[in-house]
Design a protein around this ligand. Structure first.
Ligand code: MG
Length: 258
């Protein structure tokens, strides 16, 4: 132990001699690829099969965020009308209208939502059915066509984006409905703006656990590493990724405050 201490002390001295105090090198600028990793790919699990296309209605104490009729609980980024297309009991992303966010903000919750990648989806990797659900407007649980579509594992469906890959991959094929049940615990903060307790999330996709009380370490950034800044309760955000491929649809969105 003593030798290790002496050695590390020596290294520190050498390191200190190498640079004048105010001349540390500039850090390398971050690129998107620097926070991606591609292996190991999560095992594929075939989820159970629904025998009908029936939608299970919300429980009695839920806040129904979308019941197939209108987007009255939602708005766009600027507080205006949520301009996605409601039809046939579902809502389809309109990339010209941008993301949509709930008017209401939430702390701890259980969120249920169903989503469908269109059968004729095109594109590869992240440009194939990309959307996402942002918890408290800060932490993205990825939505992507991850059925025979390789991408970085911490960016596929069920990931905490660029942080935690899903435990397994139980996605259904394009044209079928996927079901997310997300249990989220909001963070608390110290006076100096660090997490006192990190946010945590459990995600169940098609009845299969893909995140198990995962500790979220900060915001889910496309470029760079997670950031921590204090925040209050926040809305749910659904992402319009703006891909050229066919847009995805949602139905049956409800939330229970915990
Ligand atoms: Mg996304």
């Amino acid at each position: 132990m003593k030798k290790v201490l002496i050695l590390s002390g020596t290294l520190l001295m050498v390191a200190n001699m190498g640079f004048a105090q105010d001349k540390y090198p500039e850090p390398m600028p971050m690129k998107p690829q620097m926070s991606e990793y591609w292996t190991p790919q999560p095992p594929i699990v075939t989820p159970g099969t629904a025998t009908t296309n029936a939608v299970m209605s919300a429980p009695s104490d839920a806040i129904v965020l979308f019941d197939g009729k209108d987007l009255s609980k939602w708005q766009n980024n600027k507080g205006g009308t949520a301009g996605w297309n409601v039809h046939d009991g579902v809502v389809t992303v309109n990339k010209k209208a941008g993301d949509i966010i709930t008017k209401q903000s939430f702390g701890d919750f259980q969120l249920h939502l169903e989503w469908q990648i269109p059968e004729n989806i095109t594109g590869t990797s992240q440009a194939r059915g990309n959307s996402g659900v942002f918890l408290q407007d800060k932490y993205e649980i990825q939505i992507l066509d991850s059925y025979n579509n390789e991408t970085y594992v911490n960016g596929q469906t069920g990931s905490v984006y660029k942080q935690a890959p899903p435990l397994v991959n139980p996605i259904r094929k394009p044209g079928e409905w996927n079901i997310y049940d997300i249990i989220y615990k909001a963070p608390t903060f110290t006076k100096d703006g660090k997490y006192r307790t990190n946010p945590t999330v459990t995600v169940i996709l098609n009845g299969v656990v893909v995140q198990n009380s995962t500790i979220i370490i900060g915001t889910t950034e496309y470029i760079g590493f997670p950031k921590v800044a204090p925040h209050e309760n926040g809305p749910i955000r659904l992402q319009s990724h703006g891909d050229p491929s066919e847009p995805i649809s949602f139905r049956n969105i409800w939330l229970r405050e915990l």
